[in-house]
Design a binder for this molecule. Structure first.
Ligand code: F6P
Length: 323
């Protein structure tokens, strides 16, 4: 009988539970024993494992977050930390590990793979910045939450002829801001990948008022130089000169919480099931993600070494649609 373990790591993402459920139940179907690791790599280092049965993943598919818990674990970035994690896996006689998470988590998975331990990754992060996954688990839910917020803000903005800055998550990536901006019909989008000055934002918003618009919505990614805090400071300072001061809404972790969409539940389920399928075929050192509508494997080495590009043509599109 094969003995596997599954963990979720890094920022949680809606749909992770569907992936855990699929790993556990398809693993059990194959006659394997499955352990869940609590709180990501920290749980491996601290030997925090629980035996999983079919019932332990009941009633979770519709819930956001991760029933196993997650963590950011700086200790795993050290050699000592990784050695402790490996010891825990060996002590429990675990033969393979499934890592559900984003970029940092998949880099960790690659580290374990290089230490000789069989690992399969599953791409899951709302940032949609993992190479080999389009989109990753959680993106659809987060995008729809951001969009709903923008739609709501628009109605109050129009009532008062106000400008709004709406900040969405994305530390290094502008994907969520860009897509939410396009789908929400935002007047301007600011992302980390493209330099934008506060003055440029002000010029655009002023131009929108001159066109007779009832509102101006600027969607910014948290990781952009011109994030909500910087823009707020700038507009406060320049208020007299510009003649207006936008309201600011920072969506923050609201986007990561709550029930996963049907898409994320299906993606989580398909990816989790594929993870045990690949392991059963003896394939490891790979990450599973959606590619061209299908669940496909990308070597962890490639995932860890490749920055996923963002289609900047979409930024042009977003900006050109503001008339
Ligand atoms: O998981 C990705 C992400 O949500 C980023 O968009 C964001 O910058 C970061 O995590 C926030 O991390 P934390 O929840 O640890 O504050």
């Amino acid at each position: 009988m094969k003995h596997i373990a599954v963990l979720t790591s890094g920022g949680d993402a809606p749909g992770m539970n569907a992936a855990i459920r699929a790993v556990v139940r398809t693993g059990l179907d194959r006659g394997w024993a499955v352990h869940g690791v609590r709180y990501g790599y920290a749980g491996l280092i601290n030997d925090n494992l629980v035996a999983m049965g079919a019932r332990s993943v009941g009633g979770i598919i519709h819930q956001g977050g991760t029933m196993l818990g997650s963590a950011r674990c700086p200790e795993f970035m050290t050699e000592d930390g990784r050695n402790s994690a490996l010891r825990t896996l060996q002590q429990h006689e675990i033969e393979a590990l499934i890592v559900i998470g984003g970029n940092g988590s998949q880099t960790g998975a690659y580290d374990l793979h290089r230490m000789g331990f069989p690992v399969v990754g599953v791409a899951s992060t709302i940032d949609n910045d993992v190479y080999g996954a389009e989109p990753s688990i959680g993106v659809d839910t987060a995008l729809n939450i951001a969009l709903e917020a923008i739609d709501r803000i628009k109605t109050t903005a129009s009532s008062h002829q106000r400008a709004f800055i709406v900040e969405v998550m994305g530390r290094d990536r502008g994907y969520l801001a860009l897509m939410a901006g396009i789908a929400g019909g935002a007047e301007f989008v600011v992302i980390p990948e493209v330099d934008t000055s506060p003055e440029e934002v002000a010029i655009r918003v002023r131009a929108d008022y001159r066109k007779g618009k009832a509102h101006a919505i600027v969607v910014v990614a948290e990781g952009a130089y011109c994030n909500a805090q910087r823009l707020q400071g700038y507009f406060k300072e320049q208020h007299e000169r510009l003649g207006f001061e936008p309201r600011v809404t920072i969506l923050g972790h609201v986007q990561r919480g709550g029930a996963p969409t049907a898409f994320d539940r299906l993606l989580g389920t398909r990816s989790g099931a594929a993870a045990t399928e690949y392991l059963a075929r003896g394939e490891q050192g790979i990450m599973l993600g959606q590619v061209g509508g299908k669940i496909a494997a990308t070597p962890l080495a490639e995932v860890a070494a490749t920055k996923k590009p963002l289609d900047l043509g979409l930024l042009e599109l977003a900006r050109s649609l503001n008339k």
